[in-house]
Design a protein around this ligand. Structure first.
Ligand code: ZN
Length: 295
């Protein structure tokens, strides 16, 4: 087996978001299409194809999946897998991840950190302390590290305070997320739709009962809103534990993707499949680098 899974979030032009442009998306899917058979996760797990295969996945229930990615997928005759955090179908509130992206786009890191530090306790102040990730500058890396690792209720309370001063949440909500109607259209067009948890939480860090409540709720919303039982999922933030994996299995999931950057050469562990970010590959990286990663 030689399988590659690729992850997308925003696919849009001319915004402050760290997005993949439409052109980049088109070039990438054409590049992948030449090398791989593009399939769904369910096909991967059920048919166990031996040749080179690729799954295109979209996280966070972002509207771009419908407005910009879908038309390109249709033109190219390809399948996509869309993971939705089901809370967005229950209340018009932005998830922490999108609040964070909007604030970074509008304020820039420096101003965002200033505002954050005005509110946060001393021990949670964001400073340049060298925990640099692969994609961001040092200060942005440290801001993200803090938001990811501090108490999530505290982090969200601070985000809310900074956010509510500058944005109309309902307006941003409608612009950013897929509606349930759009999800149904995706399903109608033969796209694969799966769960991205309910409230987009770090499942691997949660006490078991909270993890269970979140996943059970997500399955319940799928049943109620889309009249279907989700079979595939993407762990929010790529965070999962042995218990998350077992719980996912118990709830009827047959495949789950992580953010571990690796190809899938067997289906020994279908509930912890590796996945690359779209920016790890051509056209963000040279064809040569992509070939190395994918070989
Ligand atoms: Zn996510």
């Amino acid at each position: 087996m030689d399988n590659v899974i690729v992850m997308y979030h925003y696919v849009q032009d001319n915004t402050g978001f760290k997005a993949f442009s439409k052109q980049e998306f088109r070039e990438q899917v054409q590049y992948l299409k030449e090398r791989y058979k593009i399939i769904s996760l369910q096909e991967l797990v059920e048919k166990k194809p031996q040749g080179k295969t690729c799954v295109l996945t979209f996280d966070d229930g972002i509207k771009d999946g419908f407005t910009t990615a879908l038309p390109i997928l249709e033109e190219e005759g390809l399948n996509g897998t869309f993971f939705v955090p089901t809370k967005i179908f229950m209340e018009k509130k932005l998830l922490g991840a999108q609040k964070r992206h909007l604030l970074l786009a509008k304020l820039g890191t420096k101003k965002f950190v200033e505002e954050f530090n005005k509110i946060a306790d001393n021990v949670f102040q964001v400073k340049k302390e060298g925990k640099k990730n692969e994609y961001d500058d040092e200060l942005t890396s440290n801001l993200k590290f803090m938001l990811d690792n501090m108490d999530q209720r505290k982090a969200n309370a601070i985000l809310d305070r900074i956010f509510s001063k500058r944005f109309n949440e309902k307006e941003e909500f409608e612009k950013i997320y897929l509606s349930s109607k759009e999800v149904k259209r995706l399903v109608g067009k033969g796209m694969e739709v799966g769960s991205h948890g309910h409230a987009h939480l770090w499942l691997g860090k949660l006490p078991f009962k909270d993890m269970e409540a979140d996943l059970v709720k997500s399955v319940e919303v799928f049943n109620n809103v889309f009249s279907m039982h989700p079979r595939v999922m993407s762990y929010p933030f790529g965070s999962y534990s042995l218990f998350t994996r077992r719980l996912a299995e118990k709830l009827g999931f047959i495949a789950a993707v992580t953010t571990a950057k690796k190809k899938n050469i067997s289906l020994e562990s279908p509930l912890e499949l590796g996945r690359y970010d779209c920016i790890d590959l051509f056209p963000r990286k040279t064809k040569e680098k992509s070939r190395k990663i994918l070989s």
